[in-house]
Design a binder for this molecule. Sequence first.
Ligand SMILES: [Zn+2]
Length: 390
Amino acid sequence: MYNRRILRPAFAICVLVSQWSCTYVSNGEKASTESSSLEEEDVPKESKSINVILMIGDGMGLTQITAGWIAKRDALNLERCPVIGLSKTNSSSNLITDSAAGATAFSTGKKTYNGAIGVNPDTVAQPTILEIAEKNGIATGLVATSSITHATPASFIAHQPSRLLDEAIAADFLKTDIDVFIGGGKKFFELRTDHANLLTQLKEKGYAIANGVEEIGLVKTGKLAGFIADEQPLRFSEGRGAILTTASLKALELLDQNDKGFFLMIEGSQIDWGGHANDSQYIIDEMIDFDNAVGQVLDFAAKDGNTLVIITADHETGGYGINAADDDGTIVGGFTTDYHTATMVPVFAYGPGAEAFAGMYHNTEIFHKMLAAFSIRLPVNSAPKQVEIQ
Ligand SMILES: [Zn+2]
């Protein structure tokens, strides 16, 4: 159905040399192949310290959003976004993507095979937007309601051939200077088959290690590794509480201390799990929790004035449909599958540069649009490529 080979030539030069051999250049730094005067002309002054927040509702298709709106019986915070687009979610190997390939498309601008974490179809590491941001002095953060080593957050910071390699993914965190990460998965840092204690290593690198919401709340500056579960955090309905919102606000507080702006990825991980479980109420609880975090993030962006917020999904899960709803907001849902579907997913955008997210495009474009918001340039040989159904 898909031809992997069509991806290879486009990125071969970039990939074969090394991860950082392709020069990523932000405003004010010289590209080796272009004059600095051209860069200065191209880059608007106000973009110098822009913040970009990418919020991913895993498995959040239009029906999941609709269900959240019906059940809430009020407007969603998502509705505050003035710009909406549609993202085509196929991976390089499948019409129906998984979260690893979906997030790697956002993080690297490249379609890859299902299960791939920050690598291309040939399993070669690709620089992620988080790493590129870091190289440009931009602060970085990841927040999730899954293990922080789970496919979506992992794809922004790790390079592994399989999403199943949680311990290797955790070790990749040490290879970066990420400023803040909050999620589950503590055991992959601490109780490892190689007996390494990555928490000790994180401390040596200057991270505050915080366990649970209270300890996370005490960290007021510096680098933070925050853990909310040994493995996967609870469902919202099981008492997880408003951790997603609290963690997102803590990440914003810490990252906003950087003068050169920040990149933050926030994932509502379990909307997807509700879809896999074919459980409308699970979807709704997680959807509304995610939307509450969206509201707080949009409040931050509105106050800041220099923050671009993008809210989207990696794919839809469940082939979810709404067949009826009671007056009290109870939904009678139907499902076509307990896996993901190929349907396009919406992209919401708010803030400076939001208009670039209108239209219909491949998920890989979100990477390029975010880089453009940061005024970071890709080398010519890494221009975005379309991957169409063969
Ligand atoms: Zn899934």
